[in-house]
Design a protein around this ligand. Structure first.
Ligand code: NDP
Length: 278
């Protein structure tokens, strides 16, 4: 080993979260098992999975094979709309913990709000119970709007530790990030590299990468870090995984950050949580 781990930050409900994690969608169980072993060896400590990815067992095998102390790890999972009730969340926890082979989960998220179903407040109340029982160390949401987060906080007076949203230089999400920061909610970025759709190949990213003499992905991930968000880059490739973690030892200048900011609006539209969800 001997590889550096990411720095961490405190979350509102008391846990400590790494500032970068490994994404695992779309990996199957076998890919996820191998990727998690490589990532943990490379110094990753946070792994992001979900019921919906159907790879929690593979992630769990990777965790077991790597053999790190449990306290070193920060494992995130998310549950589907079928479990949006207080009892349902408890069942979702049992299923995920069993598949992962864990007796507690570090961070559990409501995967999508599904406003048509209208039961995300009940799902949140279920998570608050799990937190008080220490079955989870932190609780949060994914793809929630500021208005939906406000509803959760009004109903329970418990602030979500995390809201995980689609965020990259293409999708700056200023309103959401400002709202999160005002309330102490940590922002995690999904598709931080733009999911292989051309962000890394854009001339601006190439130019800044050239100025540092490093890979484009590291430039984009450093952009996230300097905006105060926590990226979850997915890679099955051990070399890319190492590259992606190596973003805490250099800085972008203000001018480089603003050139990357100018990519806003350049990619596909953000997925709308009022329309989409599982
Ligand atoms: P990313 O932005 O992480 O992009 C992943 C793609 O980039 C893959 O094709 C990967 O290929 C490639 N890649 C990774 N590193 C490099 C590199 N250094 N150089 C060049 N290419 C690279 O997209 P994702 O959509 O996967 O998002 C990340 C994670 O966010 C997911 O895995 C998942 O955990 C989470 N997520 C959450 C959602 C939610 O609703 N909460 C929705 C979608 C994702 P390769 O693997 O071959 O290296």
């Amino acid at each position: 080993m001997g590889h550096d781990t990411a720095p961490t930050r405190p979350l509102v409900n008391g846990a400590e979260m790494p500032l970068l994690g490994l994404g695992t969608y779309p990996m199957d169980d076998a890919e996820a098992g191998a990727a998690v072993v490589h990532a943990l060896e490379a110094g990753y400590r946070m792994i992001d999975t979900a019921e919906n990815y159907r790879n929690e067992e593979g992630v769990g095998h990777g965790i077991a094979r790597a053999g790190l102390a449990r306290a070193e790890l920060f494992i995130t999972t998310k549950f589907n709309k079928e479990w949006h009730s207080r009892e349902g969340v408890r069942t979702a926890w049992e299923h995920s913990a069993t598949r992962l082979g864990l007796d507690y989960i570090d961070l559990m998220l409501i995967h999508w709000p599904n406003p048509g179903l209208g039961r995300y407040v009940e799902a949140w109340e279920g998570l608050v119970e799990l937190l008080s029982e220490r079955k989870v160390r932190a609780i949060g949401t994914s793809n929630f709007t500021p208005a939906q987060l406000t509803e959760l906080m009004k109903a329970t007076s418990v602030v979500p530790d995390v809201n995980q949203i689609q965020h990259s230089p293409w999708w700056p999400r200023h309103d959401e990030l400002r709202f999160h920061a005002e309330h102490g909610i940590a922002s995690q970025s999904w598709s931080p590299l733009g999911r292989g759709r051309g962000l890394l190949e854009s001339p601006v990213v190439a130019e800044v990468a050239g100025e540092h003499g490093i890979e484009p992905a590291r430039i984009v991930l450093r952009w996230h870090v300097q905006h105060g968000t926590v990226p979850l880059p997915k890679s099955i490739d051990p070399r890319r995984q190492r590259e992606n973690l190596d973003v805490f030892g250099f800085s972008l200048s203000a001018d480089q950050v603003s050139r990357l900011d100018s990519l806003a609006g350049g990619g596909p539209a953000v997925m709308d949580p009022m329309e989409f969800g599982h």
